[in-house]
Design a protein around this ligand. Structure first.
Ligand SMILES: Nc1ncnc2c1ncn2[C@@H]1O[C@H](COP(=O)(O)OP(=O)(O)OP(=O)(O)O)[C@@H](O)[C@H]1O
Ligand SMILES: [Mg+2]
Length: 395
């Protein structure tokens, strides 16, 4: 049962939250006393001991104290999602983001907004709670980060990334798809999305932007699939720093069960950043000798860099093409078993041109089934957690 505690609140606001949550299976409590003390650590401990999963602070009381409380929650109980109820001025927002609050709720918000903010806070809190439990047990957060890699352009990364992400979102889990082909990424086109914001918008943010900010930049494909689309122009992509990519991936992995990352051909700095944050690497390759050899070179390069913590998967695209190399040859050169094979099918380019991935338009076709089977490699096996070390400097 959900436990929401409202601190420094009042009866009128409590009733509005109660109304917004009518019919939901949760427990809403208003903290009886105003928190006025400077001992925020103690206040946080008491609220945590009372079983809070979400704490709403305000609209009464001093905003500076509310921010202090938020910081104390972040330090001592990061699994508890904090919502500040206050007029969101720009300065206040910036402070709130630094304090890693879940959201700032305008005291005049309507029922729908109140419900949405508390509902997403609940999901965040649940995920953080389970992540922390994993960490205590020696594992890292539950969000699984899957980066697709192909040294050769046109190997099928985008075809696979879009179908894989969509297929994973058909389960019970939430998926984020990141288009890290910063110059020419076209996940948006392949999914018929018209993003208002893109990954380029990260460029204008401070280094420790918050989840709430990042969420604004996502484009919804469905209720369970959200896409961080590539910039409109190659020039915009150049403005996006490695640090902001790293932060975005980490935040997404805190929020989503799966983060699928499409990359550009080659091994760019941004791809290396995403590789180091990943739990799983997917090497996508067709049966051309050049692509197979290049894949091997990338794997060797990662080994030399000591990037060997992630689970590696080798996926053959256009696996039925008769071009002289067979599946066994490819596996031998690459040095990995073939985890899945995607046949060649006209439906793939057609679907990308129409913006409807194959798993949506023809899930029962052989190629549709092969994408769905590829998704099961991830949904049915536990992640090997280890790609969560701080990204090393490569300079
Ligand atoms: N299994 C397949 N059968 C037929 N066509 C395919 C298949 N996979 C990919 N294609 C087509 O090959 C082209 C390249 O695929 P895709 O864009 O997915 O590759 P990519 O690795 O993302 O390329 P880039 O490196 O340029 O981003 C596209 O036109 C796509 O529709
Ligand atoms: Mg691509």
């Amino acid at each position: 049962m959900t436990s929401i505690i409202l601190a420094n609140s009042n009866v009128a606001f409590e009733q509005r939250v109660r109304r917004a949550f009518a019919n939901s299976n949760g427990q809403l409590t208003r903290w009886p006393d105003e928190i006025v003390s400077s001992d925020t650590t103690l206040a946080v401990r008491e609220l945590a001991d009372a079983g809070a999963e979400i704490v709403g602070i305000g609209p009464n009381g001093d905003v500076a104290l509310a921010l202090d409380l938020a910081r104390a929650f972040d330090a001592d109980h990061p699994e508890i999602a904090v919502i500040l109820v206050a007029t969101p001025t720009k300065d206040f927002w910036e402070e709130a983001l630094r304090a890693r609050v879940h959201d700032v709720l305008n005291p005049d918000a309507d029922d729908v907004e109140i419900r949405t903010v508390f509902q997403t806070a609940l999901e965040t809190s649940k995920r953080r709670r389970s992540n922390l439990l994993h960490e205590i047990g020696g594992a890292a957060p539950s969000g699984r980060v899957i980066t697709l890699i192909a040294p050769k352009g046109g190997s099928g990364k985008t075809a696979l990334a879009t179908n894989l992400a969509l297929a994973l979102s058909y389960g019970d889990e939430n998926v984020a798809l990141v288009d890290l082909d910063l110059q020419f990424g076209d996940v948006a086109g392949a999914m018929n999305l018209h993003p208002e914001n893109t990954i380029a918008d990260l460029a204008g943010l401070s280094d420790n932007f918050a989840t709430a900010t990042l969420k604004v930049f996502l484009t919804a494909k469905s209720n369970s699939l959200f896409v961080l689309c590539a910039p409109e122009s190659p020039a915009e992509g150049e403005e996006v720093s490695e640090r902001s990519i790293e932060r975005a991936v980490r935040l997404l992995a805190d929020e989503f069960e799966f983060v699928v990352i499409d990359t550009s051909a080659g091994l760019h700095e941004s791809t290396l950043t995403s590789i180091e944050l990943s739990t799983d690497l997917v090497f996508v390759c067709d049966l051309s000798a050049a692509a197979v050899r290049a894949t091997r070179k990338v794997i060797d390069a990662l080994d030399r860099l000591g990037i060997d913590q992630q689970r590696r998967h080798f996926i053959l695209n256009r696996a039925d093409s008769k071009v002289g190399i067979d599946v066994a040859d490819a596996a031998a050169v690459v040095g990995l078993p073939v985890a899945a094979m995607i046949p060649s099918a006209r439906a793939v380019p057609l679907s990308m041109n129409h913006g409807v991935p194959v798993v949506e338009s023809s899930p029962r076709s052989p190629v549709g089934k092969s994408f769905l089977a590829t998704a099961r490699l991830f949904s049915e096996t536990p992640a090997k957690r280890s790609g969560w070390l701080p990204v090393r400097s490569r300079s």
